[in-house]
Design a protein around this ligand. Structure first.
Ligand SMILES: C[S@@+](CC[C@H](N)C(=O)[O-])C[C@H]1O[C@@H](n2cnc3c(N)ncnc32)[C@H](O)[C@@H]1O
Length: 222
């Protein structure tokens, strides 16, 4: 069946950054174990060797929240998507250091992965922590949270699934609230009831150093 994919959001600037030798080694030796193929539809049972609720984190940066959440809930399966390869290398090292077997990773654009690889109604939770706020008005179109992207998240979440977004940029928080309020299928959810809870991330610390207020928003897929 032909699907009408949402327009491309250029939510990131491709920057290769610098790999440490350990991250480079991780990409060579650990990627074959934990990396997921962006050319295939995800089969969670094949990827994890078990069927468990699936939690997706988009734009995990250096991966610390993903590792902390997956360590706290080894009974759940976690998938991370990140375009920044050194961040992926760092996550792979942490997966190995913590001997975690419940994280798998895509190194690609989240929009592509959601469209091509993630089956509808397969996700128990989607986490998006401190997505780039694209402060300037002329860049707002690059924000990940747009109506078509939210619609796609609604399709991928199971009924009673949760969407959790955090930001340190009040204007983006307002934009997220308005966009999701206009999207059928979501109702507000109490952040205090989320399990696992959100760890503090690198970009949260950065925002707080700059005096930015932190907003967490959660929604139930209904
Ligand atoms: C501001 S950083 C936040 C990183 C981390 N979540 C944190 O809180 O420290 C945003 C991250 O999202 C990633 N990103 C942006 N657009 C993306 C996309 N379309 N697909 C995957 N990752 C993306 C960027 O590479 C970057 O690492």
């Amino acid at each position: 069946m032909k699907r009408n994919f949402p327009p491309r959001i250029r939510s990131f600037v491709r920057r290769e950054g610098r790999f440490t030798p350990a991250q480079q080694r991780a990409m060579e030796t650990l990627w074959p174990i934990y990396g997921l193929n962006p050319g295939e539809i995800l089969q969670p049972e094949k990827a994890f060797g078990r069927r468990k609720p699936l939690i997706l984190e988009i734009g995990f940066g250096n991966g610390e929240s993903l590792v902390e959440m997956a360590s706290a809930r080894t009974d759940l399966n976690f998938i991370g998507i990140e375009v920044h390869r050194p961040g992926v290398g760092r996550l792979l090292l942490e997966i190995e250091a913590h001997a975690l077997n419940n994280i798998r990773v895509y190194c690609a654009d989240a929009t592509d992965i959601l469209e091509r690889c993630i089956p509808d109604t397969s996700l128990h939770r989607v986490n998006l922590f401190f997505p780039d706020p694209w402060h300037k008005k002329r860049h707002h179109k690059r924000r990940l949270i747009q109506p078509a992207f939210v619609k796609m998240l609604a399709d991928k979440l199971e009924s009673d699934g949760i969407l959790h977004i955090a930001t340190d940029w009040p204007d983006y928080a307002r934009h997220i609230q308005e966009t999701i309020a206009n999207q059928p299928g979501f109702s507000p959810f109490e952040v205090a009831k989320l399990d696992p809870t959100r760890p503090v991330t690198k970009y949260q610390r950065r925002g707080q150093r700059l005096g930015h207020p932190i907003t967490d928003l959660a929604y139930l897929r209904c």
